[in-house]
Design a protein around this ligand. Structure first.
Ligand code: URA
Length: 434
């Protein structure tokens, strides 16, 4: 088989076989196919597309390029959730203990990554002593014992995706639904769970700005997951404003704990409960969505989800006292209110800009070696549709550096569009793909 012929085939809009796709992915990962040939192939895919079958083969070839987490020793149906990412997205911290409190094993492999805030792993490190660097034996033992464990992503998880994604980034070949879906799903499939619930975000703070693109991505990922024998659901949820009110690391953990204590923001609770309900349905612990949601709500009312969070933090070396006293979590030294410039209603929030303000404060990583400040962040006081009066706080910044605080303030002011007319609030959830 020659890579030249396979590039030509895709250029001529032909369909590639499983063996041909495996040849491409394995050859590129090993280094026998050079960057220039892989770039040409990826561009041909962007222009001429891959069908569902080719996309599924591409995904499996990437998933099989490294370690596949073996969860066969975990008792019961293992569930996992993945988000395409958004500002203030902390649903994993809320739903994982709720689902585990129902006796359903939640086996999560989470990354750190680049972004406006750290990933779930970074956020959890706000608990002194907490570590996701646990052995695979400890990981399995914790899941069997307390039904929840989170481990850091191994370097050898879908290495083909890592290499291909880096190439796509510099060859203008990121924005193809097949390539995005296979990239995300290769890592999820390699993570070993039986049920995958996907949160595909759409709006001004999302990777997929347009609903139609988010829907196409959701459909493709569900197709891949189903072909791989996984029960897969995808929810399309709103990201035209931050989820909840907190953006940062320790500050998001605090909000997650408040939500598990029954005092969280409505949007965060609703999105978390809905995602969790599909995890419960997938695990076969409820017959209907309504039943699943009701028993999950029960874990908040009984405080069993909060206790589960404490048990999980303790099992991974963290101080669980912080779960019951979240005010102990570290907050930055400067607390500053960003005030509304005029009267009116919040018409639009440029959510990416709010994310950038968090990044500027030091809450996220610009490069993979950047150090995160877990104590900085933003609390949003005004959300879409809210009435504002001049000089009322739009947001509060928590900073450790006054220059960064000034830059973040500028970005927050620029992110708010205020109109004289009343504004309708967007829904939390748009649709579900099963
Ligand atoms: N996230 C991924 O993991 N892969 C993509 O291709 C895009 C977003």
């Amino acid at each position: 088989m020659q890579m030249y012929d396979l590039i030509n085939k895709k250029k001529n809009k032909e369909v590639l076989t499983k063996e041909e796709i495996e040849f491409i992915v394995n050859g590129y990962t090993k280094g026998s196919i050079p960057d220039y040939q892989m770039s040409a192939f990826l561009m041909a895919v962007c222009l001429n597309k891959m069908n569902h079958e080719e996309t599924a083969h591409f995904t499996m070839a990437m998933a099989n390029s490294g370690d596949i987490l073996d969860l066969s020793k975990v008792h019961g149906v293992k569930v996992d959730k993945h988000s395409t990412g958004g500002v203030g997205d902390k649903t994993s911290l809320v739903l994982s203990p709720m689902v585990a409190a129902l006796g359903i094993p939640v086996a999560k492999m989470s990354g750190r990554g680049l972004g406006h805030t750290g990933g779930t792993v970074d956020k959890l490190e706000s608990f002194p002593g907490f570590s996701t660097e646990i052995s695979s034996e400890q990981f399995i033992e914790n899941i069997n014992k307390i039904k929840l464990a989170i481990v850091g992503q191994t370097a050898n998880l879908a290495p083909a995706d890592k290499k291909i994604y880096a190439l796509r980034d510099v060859t203008a070949t990121v924005d193809n639904i097949s390539l995005i879906a296979s990239s995300i799903m290769s890592k999820k499939i390699a993570s070993g769970s039986d049920v995958i619930v996907l949160d595909v975000k759409t709006g001004s703070g999302a990777f997929m700005k347009k609903y139609e693109d988010a829907l196409a991505l959701a459909k493709e990922m569900v197709e891949i997951g189903t072909r791989a024998g996984k029960t897969t659901y995808a929810l399309i949820t709103d990201m035209n404003q931050p989820l909840g009110r907190a953006i940062g690391n320790a500050i998001e953990v605090k909000e997650a704990i408040e939500t598990l204590s029954g005092n969280g923001p409505k949007d965060l609770l609703e999105v978390s409960l809905t995602l969790a309900s599909y995890m419960v349905l997938g695990a076969g612990k409820a017959k209907t969505f309504e039943e699943a949601k009701k028993i999950l709500q029960g874990t908040i009312e009984s405080k069993s989800a909060l206790d589960k969070m404490a048990e999980f933090i303790r099992a991974q070396g963290g101080d669980s006292e912080f779960v019951y006293n979240p005010e102990l979590l570290k907050t930055a030294s400067i607390c500053y209110d960003v005030k509304a410039p005029c009267d009116g209603y919040v018409k639009e929030i440029l959510t990416d800009e709010i994310g950038m303000a968090s990044l500027v404060l030091g809450g996220g990583r610009v490069t993979k070696d950047s150090k995160i400040d877990l104590s900085v962040g933003i609390i949003i006081h005004k959300k879409l549709g809210d009435k504002v009066t001049k000089n009322e706080p739009l947001a509060t910044l928590y900073a450790n550096d006054d220059d960064k605080r000034k830059e973040a303030k500028k970005r927050i002011i620029g992110a708010y569009v205020i109109s004289k007319e009343e504004v309708e609030r967007p829904p939390y959830i748009y649709s579900i793909v099963t």
